[in-house]
Every structure is written in structure tokens, then in C-alpha cells.
Design a binder for this molecule. Structure first.
Ligand SMILES: [Zn+2]
Length: 209
């Protein structure tokens, strides 16, 4: 499981919050909408927590004040991407040249950006522009992704070991019914550990909470 992959199809919004006059109120909806991951760099919010994430105005408030509290203009982004994007909005010339920052609702992100291992590679002028402004491959980001992917691999190995242990206990229980009681605590302990590991994996990789 690698959470750092760009979607290959456009996102259709699923959340339907009521209207709020204060845009931060939309944050929980946006978090669920975008699978707890930054729409730009794909960082899951699990390891760092949602305080490290914020509400991004795709069309910046400074230029489009009427869209400040409009849900369709709002995205879920890590603080780093949100800060670096700032008030960026392409000029009409830049727009014609395809030099915009793509978003998953209006564009197929994979057409513009993709991951090679833990580094982002641009696939279009928009991807290049986004990479330049959002600096996806700064040292800290790359190292942090390596760290997250490494933790996921360790958790996956542990999950596989626990599954094998549970299967083996079940096999033993069938072969030797008189040992079921003796094996039961071991099985319960492995099952509890498995639940914990699966929870870690969800947190590390984004996805449903
Ligand atoms: Zn980000």
C-alpha cells in the first residue's frame, strides 16, 4: 500500500454540507471528501493529524471573495501546500499555456502529476507549474514520505505475520479439538493485535476514518 499516488479519474463530490458563513466549518466535510489526504501532494493526514491540514481556497479569497464560503471552491490540503499556494492564480496567458495548479475535482491529477517512488514527477505544463510553486520534492517532504512508506511496510509485514498465526491456530484447533481452550488466549491476543495494526495502517495511509 502506497498512499502517495495520484487519482486516475476526476473526483465527484460526495459530501453535501449545509451552507456555512465561516469556511473552516467545512473542514470535517472536506476531510471526508478527500479521504483524509492533501489534494495536491497526497500526504495522508493520519500521521501528522488534521491540525497539520487546512481548508484551501482553490480560487484564492483575495481574487474571488464571493467564493470564500462556497463548498465547491474548497479543498483539503496540508498546511505546507496551502501556504505555498497562497494567492496563486494563473493569468489568462498562463491559463492558455496550461500553467495552472490542477485539482482533483476539475482535472485528472494523474495526467499532470505522478509519483516515482516517493518523488513527484510532472507530466504536463500544469504539473510543472504545480511542482514549482508547491515544491513537492523538498528534502523534508521526500524524507517524510520515505518514513511513512517504511512504517506502512513494517505494519504490513506484522499484519501478514498475525494473519498467518491466526490461520495456524485455527488449523491446530480443528486438528486437535482438545487444545481449543489452550489455544484460545493466543488467538484472542493475535486478533487484538491485528485490529491495532489495521488501525495503524488506516491512519498511515489515509482512507476512511
Ligand atoms: Zn500537500
Amino acid at each position: 500500500m502506497n498512499p502517495f499516488l495520484y487519482p486516475k479519474s476526476q473526483h465527484r463530490r460526495t459530501q453535501q454540507p449545509r451552507s456555512y458563513s465561516h469556511y473552516p466549518s467545512y473542514k470535517p466535510f472536506l476531510r471526508a471528501e478527500f479521504g483524509r489526504q492533501c489534494v495536491y501532494c497526497r500526504l495522508p493526514d493520519g500521521p501528522k493529524g488534521q491540525d497539520a491540514f487546512g481548508v484551501d481556497h482553490y480560487r484564492p479569497r483575495s481574487l474571488f471573495p464571493t467564493l470564500e464560503n462556497v463548498y465547491s471552491n474548497l479543498l483539503y490540503a496540508c498546511n505546507c501546500c496551502n501556504r505555498r499556494k497562497g494567492d496563486f492564480w494563473p493569468t489568462s496567458d498562463e491559463m492558455r499555456a496550461g500553467q495552472f495548479i490542477p485539482n482533483p475535482c476539475d482535472h485528472v491529477m494523474f495526467d499532470h502529476l505522478r509519483y516515482q517512488s516517493v518523488r513527484v514527477v510532472a507530466r504536463s505544463p500544469a504539473g510543472e507549474r504545480a511542482e514549482k510553486i508547491l515544491m513537492f520534492n523538498d528534502d523534508e517532504s521526500v524524507q517524510y514520505r520515505e518514513f511513512v512508506v517504511g512504517l506502512i511496510q513494517l505494519a504490513e509485514q506484522q499484519r501478514n505475520r498475525l494473519r498467518a498465526t491466526i490461520t495456524e491456530i485455527e488449523r491446530q484447533s480443528e486438528l486437535f479439538p482438545n487444545r481449543i481452550q489452550a489455544l484460545s488466549p493466543e488467538k484472542t491476543s493475535a486478533e487484538n493485535e491485528l485490529i491495532k495494526i489495521e488501525h495503524y495502517l488506516l491512519r498511515l495511509g489515509g482512507g476512511p476514518s
